[in-house]
Design a protein around this ligand. Structure first.
Ligand SMILES: Nc1ncnc2c1ncn2[C@@H]1O[C@H](COP(=O)(O)OP(=O)(O)OP(=O)(O)O)[C@@H](O)[C@H]1O
Ligand SMILES: [Mg+2]
Length: 253
């Protein structure tokens, strides 16, 4: 379970997150939607214990991030929006490195690596240097490394980015299985159709604040719109702006 109360994060004079509160239950997939720069990644880094909040209370799987960021890292699997990997290692070396840092027993590590490597079909890249691999393959390595320690909570920042349709489907099935097992998942995406099919509830973050939260159906009702895209554009005050830009483009071209 994840509880966020009045979370604020400032970078100098920039207020990246401005007092947000939400809760993610066990077995729930919670979507964070919002325009570029609205504070999604900042929120997720705090949930993963890698950024300290300015103020507010964040409890992940019973552990308070302010008191025990190391404890949070133990139970969270975090996939950043850009893979952070050691380019000069091979995937096998990298997985072994992650396993030793996390203290995963050798046999368990090998079993989990094998399962995920097979699921994502990256067997043939295991001996190559990570730096030479394609973006999507690096993303798969980032995903696998986040799941090796059997995390109770998954924080996935635009994790479908770069995945081909088959791999995206496999990740989706994996997430549904994680959910079945009672884990909590926070999932950010700009692909609203994806949010619609994966997330139990979503929130729309705008300028560091949650401006709407609920199931996709509830948001559609609330905004009197039929598609999540229209809901999003309306709530983020972009609907009229987009129409104006389209008109200007038509006149100009
Ligand atoms: N390390 C940092 N130092 C200074 N400002 C930062 C830092 N990280 C984020 N910000 C600022 O905080 C705000 C929120 O950024 P964040 O990365 O959380 O947005 P986001 O919703 O993830 O956007 P995107 O959809 O583009 O990924 C932005 O104004 C950004 O410039
Ligand atoms: Mg981001």
């Amino acid at each position: 379970m994840i509880e966020v109360e009045n979370l604020v994060k400032r970078f100098g004079s920039t207020v990246a997150v401005n007092g947000i509160s939400f809760r993610v239950d066990d077995g729930e997939i919670y979507g964070l939607l919002g325009p570029n720069g609205s504070g999604k990644s900042t929120t997720m880094k705090i949930l993963a214990g890698i950024l300290k909040p300015t103020s507010g209370r964040v409890v992940v799987g019973g552990v308070d991030v302010a008191g025990d960021s190391l404890g949070v890292k133990r139970i969270v699997g975090y996939v950043p929006e850009t893979p952070v990997l050691y380019e000069s290692l091979t995937p096998v070396e990298f997985f072994n490195f992650v396993g030793s840092v996390r203290g995963i027993p050798e046999e368990e590590l090998q079993e989990r690596v094998e399962t995920f490597v097979r699921a994502f079909g990256i067997e043939k890249y295991l001996g190559e240097m990570i730096g030479s691999l394609s973006f999507g393959t690096k993303q798969k390595i980032s995903l696998i490394s986040a799941m090796l320690h059997d995390p109770k909570v998954l924080i996935l920042d635009e994790a479908m980015n770069g995945l081909d349709p088959k791999s995206a489907r496999i990740l989706r099935e994996l997430l549904l299985q994680f959910k079945e097992e009672g884990r909590s998942i926070v999932f950010s995406t700009h692909v609203l159709a994806l949010a619609e099919t994966i997330c139990d509830r979503v929130s729309v973050i705008y300028n560091g604040e949650i401006i709407a939260e609920g199931t996709v159906e509830q948001l559609k009702e609330f905004a009197h719109e039929e598609s999540l895209e229209d809901v999003f554009l309306k709530l983020t005050e972009s609907q009229d702006e987009v129409a104006g830009i389209v008109r200007a483009l038509k006149d100009a071209l």
